[in-house]
Design a protein around this ligand. Structure first.
Ligand code: FES
Length: 338
């Protein structure tokens, strides 16, 4: 196999090169071709394509992003395939997927870590090249001893110090979080590839902002809030920040938001699904998506929505906003991870 393979997409006539160790999806995005995608991790199925000519390697044959029907029909995932030579594919593209910042691979060094909650830790890396990304985006981390790469969202905003802050939840049996929590020390280096993702802050929107985070979905929503403050969006607008947690000790983010100095322009609304029997929790209870209607003063269709969290939460929000309240799709921003 040569170092570069040429890929032709018959759907839009684009032609781009793929390095031997890249995926078809990432090669397309690096070349400025807007191949449709969301998770970059084999889970969402958003990057399906058909192979018309040539040979490919499949990196994760059992990836859940493909159904049995997809497999029978000969569909593949662009984020989980590599071309072995020149190939021709049929893959959906759209202008909205053309990256505003082309993703690039670089090396990064762990510079600092701190605990956010009992099971979420922030890892700060300094990259060799620039920390160029849009608030709300994610990067793919190549961690020692872990096959493939893992997607983690940045919690900070682009900066000249070349810093990338990731807030990661310790996941039992999660290879990526195990290496981050137990295998890396300050000074160690990893591979970092990004930015990726479509759920970035739309600074041109005139609407009030709603962020909904669950679990370690906190990171990209914090990045959105920080970006909104830095861009001066909260002079007249309000940002409503919902955080859904299992128990009161899982609640986080309020202190970090308070430090942004936006005062009442940021409302923090924590929601706990298991408040316990001791009566200590005085805040909202239940599912976080059920709190949007009682807590938001305007019609849901009047807001710009960003959300990140577990799949049941993002599905419930999609249903509530799009089906229940006809919020236009262009006002809803999220990347699905599984
Ligand atoms: Fe490829 Fe989600 S499965 S982008």
């Amino acid at each position: 196999m040569s170092d570069q393979a040429t890929i032709t997409n018959r759907k839009d006539g684009s032609v781009f090169a793929q390095a031997a160790d890249d995926s078809i999806l990432r090669a397309a995005l690096r070349a400025g071709v807007g191949l449709a995608y969301e998770c970059n991790s084999g889970g969402c199925g958003g990057c399906k394509f058909e192979l018309l000519e040539g040979e490919i390697d499949t990196l994760w044959p059992d990836a859940p992003g493909l159904t049995e029907r997809d497999r029978r029909r000969g569909r593949h995932l662009a984020c989980q395939c590599r071309a072995c030579g020149p190939i021709t594919i049929a893959a959906p593209t759209a202008a909205e997927y053309v990256p505003l910042l082309a993703p690039r691979r670089q090396s990064a060094q762990l510079a600092m870590l701190r605990d956010i909650t009992h099971d979420i830790r922030e890892f700060r890396f300094v990259s060799d090249g620039p920390a160029d990304f849009l608030p709300g985006q994610y990067a793919m981390l190549e961690l020692p001893g872990v096959t493939g790469s893992r997607a983690y969202s940045m919690a900070n905003t682009p900066n000249e110090q070349r810093e990338w802050h990731f807030q990661v939840r310790r996941v039992p049996h999660g290879q990526g979080s195990h290496v981050l929590f137990d295998g890396l020390a300050v000074g160690d280096r990893i591979g970092l590839d990004g930015p990726y993702g479509m759920a970035w802050l739309r600074t041109a929107s005139p609407r009030d902002i709603v962020c909904v985070a669950g679990g370690s979905g906190l990171a990209p929503m914090l990045s959105i809030a920080r970006g909104a403050v830095e861009a001066g969006l909260l002079g007249k607008r309000t940002l409503h920040f919902f955080y859904g947690a299992r128990t009161p000790r899982d609640v986080c983010g309020g202190d970090l938001l308070a430090k942004l100095g936006a005062g009442e322009r940021i409302r923090f609304i924590p929601v706990v699904s298991l408040p316990g029997d001791d009566g200590a929790w005085r805040g909202a209870t239940g599912y976080v998506h059920d709190q949007l209607l009682p807590q938001l003063p305007e019609r849901l269709a009047d807001y710009e929505f960003y959300f990140a969290g577990p799949p049941p939460m993002t599905s419930a929000l999609q249903e509530l906003l799009m089906v229940g309240h006809q919020v236009p799709f262009e006002q809803i921003h999220f990347d699905r991870f599984f």
